[in-house]
Design a protein around this ligand. Structure first.
Ligand code: FAD
Length: 393
């Protein structure tokens, strides 16, 4: 693992920094209403289009698939610099750019790649993920949404839940059961569902922070072309593991960088209101900042290792990262509450401390123990695959 930029990386960083300095002042402010998803989609996809026009969309995607073909280190530089400059977050483009697109690159047919990758890169198409079901979250392989073959279509009926951004998505990466008689991991198929297909009903779900980021999806005889299947029929569990390799791997990196900025902002707030005089708060903040730095180093290690071994995702290192990241974020949320005092109990900004962001993030951090696989499940993965402990029965 190299910690300093090579001359090529330094040049890439300087060029990107200059582009960000020139471009960001012209980017409109984020939509004021957190729950206006049409406005969010418009904002997030407009930023994606700006990145695309400048040659920065899909930085790490291979050049033959429209990406920049950057090295893993350059990808980290891209994420670091965009966060440092406080550029817009990936937002609604999360699934498409960070794990559906990479899965199509790894597992899709040339036709599927041609049909979908340009739309993801340009910000024309937003994707969502229809994996979880009411009785299939941690035990995802128990999923029951049924796909029955009818000529060159699958007819899909079932119930998905916690589908982020479903109401503004054009496509859904979805897992369906194609063989109910096979052992549960062997009867699953990974398909692309156009979200304008007849038979899809969405029911928004409101989160703790008051936004309806998720939806429940009720599917009633939705017809999906067999040509939309990624991988072989009944081989969807293996394809899903490829998706998770990306989702738990580098998909959280810009989040981490964003949290590092938030932690440093909290130091400024603590200084401003005198909480900095409390030695125990200073110590707690120092521990959080150091842990975040360590997670950034772990990310570099995971990415360098994956690049050396030629693997697509960062593997079990992604689970170690996600576990550590969640625990550090929880700690940051707690110290934010101590620093802000009563202002930490309001979603607004009562004392003019720019506290709203810290309060919103503290509540959001709670979801990190669940999203993309719960912490208990990550511990099982680390125990079994990294530490060689006996398998769960
Ligand atoms: C912010 C956020 C965004 C999400 N976005 C999406 C999305 O876009 N698409 C999608 O498909 N899903 C999404 N999810 C769903 C997420 O993947 C599931 O919530 C998660 O996999 C857990 O499943 P569950 O909620 O059914 O909990 P359960 O599986 O019912 O788990 C309940 C509790 O039991 C524990 N548990 C279960 N099994 C074990 C075990 N074997 N060993 C130890 N402990 C265990 C769990 O750790 C947890 O604490 C999202 C979730 C969140 C929070």
């Amino acid at each position: 693992m190299r910690l300093h930029d090579s001359p090529e990386e330094a040049a890439f960083r300087a060029e990107l920094r200059a582009w960000l300095a020139e471009t960001l002042p012209g980017v409109p402010p984020e939509p004021a209403a957190h729950d206006d998803w049409d406005a969010r989609r418009a904002y997030d996809t407009a930023w994606q289009r700006i990145l695309f026009d400048a040659g920065y969309a899909g930085v790490a995607w291979p050049a033959e698939h429209g990406g920049r073909g950057a090295t893993p280190s350059e990808e980290l530089i891209f994420l670091e610099e965009t966060e440092r400059a406080r550029a817009p977050y990936v937002g609604c483009n999360f699934v498409g750019t960070l794990h559906a697109g990479p899965t199509l690159i790894a597992e899709g047919t040339p036709e599927q790649q041609a049909a979908h990758l340009p739309g993801i890169l340009r910000g024309d198409h937003v994707w969502c993920q229809g994996f979880s079901e009411p009785d299939a979250g941690s035990d995802l392989a128990s999923l029951r949404t049924r796909a029955v073959r009818d000529g060159d279509h699958y007819v899909v009926t079932g119930h998905k839940i916690w589908t982020s951004h479903a109401h503004v998505a054009d496509y859904c990466e979805m897992l369906v059961r194609t063989d109910p008689d096979a052992p549960k991991h062997r009867g699953i198929t990974w398909v692309i569902m156009p979200m304008d297909s007849p038979g899809i009903e969405l029911q928004p779900l409101r989160t703790l922070t008051g936004v309806s980021e998720f939806a429940e999806m009720f599917l009633d005889e939705v017809r999906i072309p067999v040509a939309n299947r990624v991988g072989a029929e009944n081989d969807g569990w293996r394809v899903a593991m490829v998706t998770f390799g990306f989702e738990r791997g580098t998909a959280f990196v810009s989040e981490l960088l964003r949290t590092m900025v938030l932690a440093r902002d909290l130091v400024d707030v603590a200084r401003k209101i005198g909480a900095w005089d409390d030695g125990s708060i200073r110590r707690e903040l120092a521990i959080v900042v150091a842990e975040l730095d360590a997670l950034w180093a772990l990310t570099k290690r995971n990415v360098s290792r994956a690049a050396r071994s030629g693997s697509a995702g960062v593997g079990v290192g992604g689970s170690v990262f996600k576990l550590g990241y969640h625990e550090t974020c929880d700690r940051l949320g707690e110290v934010a509450l101590r620093v802000l005092g009563r202002a930490g109990l309001a979603m607004g900004d009562p004392a003019g401390l720019a506290s709203a962001d810290h309060v919103e993030r503290r509540l959001y951090f709670l979801s990190l123990s669940i999203a993309a696989g719960t912490s208990q499940i990550q511990r099982n993965i680390v125990g079994e695959r990294l530490l060689g402990l006996p398998k769960e029965r």
